[in-house]
Design a protein around this ligand. Structure first.
Ligand code: PXP
Length: 241
């Protein structure tokens, strides 16, 4: 059975939209844990558009399962990771203008820069995963730079239809098999939904799925009726107008 990591960045996005205190990603983390999440995932972006450094410190204190920090391979964020000590780190590419992480990390051709970066986190006892496209060149390079795991980018699979979806699925299956052969842990994520996850669970080399948007989108809808009821109950009925 594979693990489920729940990405709660969107909770912080909603909070930042008003600049106040709610909804609190720490409360979301506790609820996700109660719901059976095997771990929590947050992305501390360079532009701090959702998760803040303070959230990370608070999450470190309360997350009882596993805290996975997604981050760019940049010195300033590495210093924070080394201070907060998440249970795992996932290195992702990051561009300010993107809506969400778009492509996988270019590992092949960047081994000289990535190997010492990965090494420093691992020496501090933090396992490192690399978010990559399921391209054999990047999978092999992930092995060469000493990563513990790869997270295969499922975006192209999630966003395509037949026959492209079959090619995207095959690429994930083959990428997962190669990564496992190389002794790397195999994770997968991006764009996964309650529908497209089913087929992927047949790839038994994948030991962890990291999912955010779809879970938070469902939470808004399944929680809305109760939230309106609760507000309705706060407002006394008045007779007439
Ligand atoms: N994995 C990685 C590396 C990501 O960057 C993201 C998006 O933050 C996810 C998984 C989750 O993607 P989604 O929100 O589409 O489920």
């Amino acid at each position: 059975m594979a693990r489920l990591g729940v990405n709660i960045d969107h909770v912080a996005t909603l909070r930042q939209a008003r600049g106040g205190h709610e909804p609190d990603p720490v409360a979301a983390a506790v609820l996700a844990d109660l719901g059976g999440a095997d771990g929590l995932v947050v992305h501390l972006r360079e532009d701090r558009r959702h998760i803040q450094e303070r959230d990370l410190t608070r999450l470190r204190d309360v997350v009882p399962s596993s805290l996975n920090l997604e981050m760019a391979a940049e010195e300033a964020i590495a210093a924070i990771a080394l201070r907060v000590r998440p249970d795992a780190v996932t290195l992702v590419p990051e561009r300010r203008q993107e809506l969400t992480t778009e492509g996988g990390l270019a590992v092949a051709g960047h081994e000289d820069r990535l190997a010492p970066f990965v090494g420093r986190l691992r020496d501090a006892g933090i396992p490192v995963s690399l978010f990559i496209d399921p391209d054999p060149a990047h999978v092999r390079a992930a092995g060469r730079v000493g990563a513990d795991a790869v997270e295969l980018h499922t975006g192209p699979y999630a966003n395509s239809r037949r026959p492209d979806i079959d090619r995207a699925f095959d690429a994930l299956r083959e990428g997962a098999a190669l990564a496992r052969q190389l002794g790397l842990g195999v994770h997968a994520g991006h764009g996964l939904t309650y529908h497209n996850i089913r087929r992927l669970t047949a790839i038994t080399d994948i030991v962890e799925f990291n999912i955010g948007h779809s879970i938070l989108a469902r939470a808004v809808l399944v929680g809305l009726e109760r939230a309106v009821r609760d507000m309705r109950a706060c407002i006394p009925f008045t007779a007439g107008r």
